[in-house]
Design a protein around this ligand. Sequence first.
Ligand SMILES: NC(=O)c1ccc[n+]([C@@H]2O[C@H](COP(=O)([O-])OP(=O)(O)OC[C@H]3O[C@@H](n4cnc5c(N)ncnc54)[C@H](OP(=O)(O)O)[C@@H]3O)[C@@H](O)[C@H]2O)c1
Length: 343
Amino acid sequence: MKGYKVAIVGATGMVGQEFIKVLEQRDFPIESIEMLASDRSAGKKLFFCHQEIEVKETTPESFKDIDIALFSAGAEVSRYFSPIAAQSGAVVVDNSSAFRMDSKVPLVVPEINPEDIKKRTGIIANPNCSTIQTVVALYPLHKVNPIKRIIVTSFQAVSGTGLAAVGELTTQAKQVLNGQATTPHVYPHQIAFNVLPEIDVFLDNAYTKEEWKMVEETRKIMHADDIAISATCARVPVFIGHSEAINVEFSQAMSPDEARRILAQAPGVKLLDDPAISLYPQPWSAAGTDEVFVGRIRRDASHLNGLVMWVVADNIRKGAALNTIQIAEEMIKRDWLHSGGQK
Ligand SMILES: NC(=O)c1ccc[n+]([C@@H]2O[C@H](COP(=O)([O-])OP(=O)(O)OC[C@H]3O[C@@H](n4cnc5c(N)ncnc54)[C@H](OP(=O)(O)O)[C@@H]3O)[C@@H](O)[C@H]2O)c1
């Protein structure tokens, strides 16, 4: 099997660390791997398949002779380095929001729109974590009975903000339990034992950017510009695993049993739906797993054609690292890595 020369940009971060784990676990065909981060981490050591690898500062020269560059170091870093990496001949799969809504850049969830990879111009975008789990759960239903409207409320884990936020929740939880005062640094308010209805910046339309990403990205991935979508995103004091309450209106009525039957066969989905034994998805048990878990499927009492459901996934795996690596695997499987787009 051919091995690829891979670079991870943001290798020391929350998602970067998961890239390493997922590449190892899935036995990704690797000839060589570069661990890249900022100058702060240069010289640190990371392990890949029991081999110690030194972290290097990301520079324009980092991408010479790289086949696949997996980016997860924030939008600013991606905006600067991704085009350089693509021009150097690497295929970039970018986890940041920098290029997601660029009409020339495919935004891909392999279970849904793998064919879009072919349109690549050197960069492929990985969607926002909350969007990925929404579309993996809804698209199989949409194919059978087109969706007209989605109302989604997310309960998002602090790991979605990166390593510093995980540290902040840990510190604050101890402080609160010890009766001490907390000082927020990452979030605008205390996150321990609290819920914050603010993820990313507020926009002129009074939604947050995270909420608007869910609206725009869902339509782009599903190729469904006419679906009406409204999202409310809240940060909750959970370490890993985003949860979503989703109300969905179809073109025609769909029974909960039919939805369960479809979702039981859907790629990447696992049904956990037996209220009699309190079986439903939970972030605690989704952490460290690959599936999008769906449960609490019931008729929407407010609309004849509506269903309600509860959807949970590990935001660092399917929401970020796993989906990114699945995109790279899809390119390899279809022999698209060195064809199409600009190389
Ligand atoms: N966490 C999630 O659930 C999630 C989901 C989807 C997408 N994402 C996206 O993934 C990206 C990273 O998220 P994260 O959670 O991994 O954040 P993180 O834990 O804060 O890690 C950030 C990483 O970026 C690196 N970095 C920062 N500035 C850099 C620079 N100038 N040049 C090169 N590398 C630089 C950091 O390196 P140093 O260690 O040297 O500072 C670190 O490796 C963000 O764009 C985020 O939106 C995250």
